[in-house]
Design a protein around this ligand. Structure first.
Ligand code: ATP
Ligand code: MG
Length: 371
């Protein structure tokens, strides 16, 4: 299993200086609104993935009035312990593993795999396809090293192609060879990304229905991956790009490719986006996340870290109990909540709870001792 042993934070968000030892199985952060619970799990996320899940720039993460922020943690995987550090400044960030600088962030990012649930995730199903592509990208890049690199190259070529289309619009006499080169590159990279996405969805579907059923007693839930690349080989795609050139020139952008992919959540054959209730959509997202956890275990050989930010304020107690039953003991889990009362009713005899107030831990308590 994978386990964060301790966390040290300096000048991150509303934290000045914090050092905590974490429980191998369950860590509950509780406190009032605005006390710093999400900031704390955000620090763990930033340590793992080098940026926030809140879609903000790095600058806002640094404590107001200060110019440098640092997060550090020891991560135990099997018998090995590695030290991870990230330094954030207004001009950029630096990461270290065992005090050695890692210059490429993409080499660092896959080292602490993590599954996160946060309240914005409830919009995954309702949001535009780009949100669901992001979900796929984060899931896959945690076990497939080449995926992130292919994706960033794809996006680079896509940008070049779009800007060249705009030039062609103005000057039709321009060279089409360059466009063909870009088409070729885009298709090669696109096919690799398509294959990874397809395989991921296929494997998730082996388990997803069971997970959803366990939480809600309903189903079946399944994912449908929609892509213009589906069932096409390179020659088909070259022809499709040729065919869509007129449209591309008219719009000044590339209409075809894996950057338009979508993921449909289907409950009993109906698209949850159009058909599902709020609760059904929420539970589908949660089933996805728990399923992802098990899938990553299969790919990596150990469970990633699990962070559940404010999940439990969103659900009825029956669903929460069902979810708790599904949490494996070899998954290190981090939970934030404003409502500790509910956890008391679960009578947990493992874990550690931390009370947070204004960016400080004001109380720590082991639940193990309650036995
Ligand atoms: N860069 C920063 N410097 C100082 N304080 C910050 C910074 N960024 C955010 N904060 C403060 O952090 C607090 C929010 O913390 P956080 O989002 O972790 O709250 P929370 O405990 O999760 O609350 P809730 O229960 O509402 O989700 C706010 O008071 C905000 O002013
Ligand atoms: Mg919060």
């Amino acid at each position: 299993m994978m386990q964060l042993l301790f966390l040290k934070i300096l000048h991150f968000r509303n934290y000045e200086n914090l050092s905590i030892e974490l429980h191998p199985r369950l860590n509950i952060f509780y406190g009032k609104n605005g006390s710093g619970k999400t900031n704390l799990v955000e620090a763990i996320y930033v340590l793992a993935l080098t940026r926030s899940f809140r879609g903000v720039s790095d600058k806002v993460l640094i404590r107001s009035g200060v110019s440098l922020s640092k997060i550090e943690g020891d991560v135990k995987t099997g018998d090995f312990v590695n030290n991870f550090r990230i330094y954030l400044t207004k001009d950029g960030k630096k990461v270290q593993v065992n005090k050695n600088r890692v210059t490429k962030l993409s080499d660092y990012i896959t080292k602490i795999p993590l599954v996160l649930f946060h309240p914005d995730d409830l919009k995954i199903i309702k949001d535009t396809p780009s949100t669901r592509r992001k979900l796929l990208n984060i899931s896959i890049s945690q076990y497939c090293l080449s995926y992130l690199k292919n994706l960033s190259n794809y996006n680079k070529i896509l940008k070049q192609r779009n800007s060249y289309l705009k030039q062609l619009m103005i000057n039709a006499n321009k060279d089409y060879n360059y466009l063909n080169i870009l088409n070729d590159k885009l298709i090669n990279l696109g096919l690799k990304i398509y294959e990874e996405r397809k395989n991921f969805v296929l494997k998730m579907n082996d388990m997803l229905a069971v997970y959803y059923q366990n939480i809600t007693q309903l189903g079946p839930l399944c994912l449908e991956y929609k892509s213009s690349f589906a069932g096409k080989n390179k020659n088909d795609l070259l022809a499709m790009y040729k065919e869509s050139l007129k449209k591309d020139l008219a719009f000044g952008k590339t209409n075809l490719g894996i950057h338009t992919d979508d993921l449909v959540f289907e409950l009993s054959g109906h698209d949850l986006k159009e058909f599902g209730s709020e609760g059904q959509q929420k539970n589908a997202v949660i089933a996805y996340k728990l399923c992802e956890l098990t899938f990553l275990k299969e790919m990596l050989g150990f469970y990633p870290i699990l962070i559940l930010d404010d999940l439990f304020s969103e659900l009825d107690s029956e669903k929460i109990e069902n979810i708790f039953k599904m949490l494996k003991k070899d998954v290190q889990t981090f939970i934030t909540t404003t409502n500790l009362e509910f956890f008391k009713s679960l009578n947990l005899d493992y874990g550690k709870q931390f009370e947070i107030a204004s960016g400080k831990i004001v109380r720590e308590e082991f639940l193990d001792e309650r036995k």
